[in-house]
Design a protein around this ligand. Sequence first.
Ligand SMILES: Cc1cc2nc3c(=O)[nH]c(=O)nc-3n(C[C@H](O)[C@H](O)[C@H](O)COP(=O)(O)OP(=O)(O)OC[C@H]3O[C@@H](n4cnc5c(N)ncnc54)[C@H](O)[C@@H]3O)c2cc1C
Length: 369
Amino acid sequence: GVTVSYDEGGERQTASARWVIACDGARSTVRKALGVDLDDLDFEEPWLVVDAEVQGPVSFPPIAGVPEGADLQRLSVMMCDPVRPATVVPGRRDHRRWEFMLLPGEDDKAMSAPDKVAELVGAWMADVPHEIVRAATYRFHGLVAHRWQVGNVFLAGDAAHQTPPFFGQGMCHGLRDVANLAWKMDAVINAGASPAILDTYQRERDPHVRAVIGAAVAAGRYICELDPDLAAARDTRIREEARGKQGETAHDLIPAIREGLVLSGTSGAGARFVQPVLADGSKLDECTGDGWRLFVRDDTVPGEAGGVTRVVAAALADNQAIASWLDQHGVDAVLVRPDHYVFGTASDSGEDLLAARAARLFDYKEFTA
Ligand SMILES: Cc1cc2nc3c(=O)[nH]c(=O)nc-3n(C[C@H](O)[C@H](O)[C@H](O)COP(=O)(O)OP(=O)(O)OC[C@H]3O[C@@H](n4cnc5c(N)ncnc54)[C@H](O)[C@@H]3O)c2cc1C
């Protein structure tokens, strides 16, 4: 177990638990106390972030390649302008965020002074009533902890990794971390799984986080380009590369889990499973629950086990998404983990998948030995 000491109202308290998940943010006291170092992915840029309530449309400057009058109001727009790179993000209701790169020599404090902030965002909404609700400067980093687990203490969220926010994935990473840990801890406590399955946490999560942070750092380098000639060359290159291509999303950057609690070598193993909206308007998870699920093509495909929900794709409110997924992978059964990643797939029968799941969950040490 782990004993945590903390102060409450000036008094020292202690709490004991079998495991501790340290989600105490980028400056994580727990990470430092454990002596865990960070891998620096060599990106550090200061940005000013301004939040405002805006009662009306904002005015975008002309953008090459975007027709005049195009509606950009609900889009997140990255202005790769070498004069001052900036991001404009619509929020809920009237909320809108601007992020401005600070240029070499600009002082954090002077740039977040009210008159400077008003000048920077004012140009975007000269005739629109607005109120600035917050302005703060951040250093955008790319960092990943060497170790995500020390004994029974696990680092999660920004305590374990920080990404420049260019793909909006920072909080998503933290949510995936705890989703990964939560079902495994639940399986150990409530289903008799081997505690050693928790050793797969970093092995499963670290490659995902490094791939996405690496891509965000690469995007940051071209977004933050301040040399006008290099910026012009970048624009030409990106337009050429984009010609005839579909847009990429953060989804395309996320690699499958290659090792850990997955049946590597089976088609689609380790990928995130689909979340279609069914014909009755519900989402797949609302209909099936979010524990272990074995999706089979139809009633003829065998596969049943305690602790696993069997879902017959053909019986799902006439939705084709699961059948298409099975077709695409050339299989008849797919076993999905509680965190919605694919454990593995099989043809004809789901029985071998269920046996492989049991072997890994309950005899994990022997299995890896
Ligand atoms: C400008 C900017 C834009 C971003 N945009 C996006 C985006 O679009 N999408 C996205 O997914 N992510 C985005 N992120 C990243 C996202 O905000 C973070 O990844 C996320 O907040 C991390 O969550 P966390 O719970 O790990 O840490 P935090 O949110 O930092 O929470 C840690 C908590 O622990 C508390 N704490 C720390 N130490 C102690 C202690 N010793 N005792 C008690 N409490 C303690 C802190 O007070 C805090 O409440 C952005 C970040 C920034 C800076």
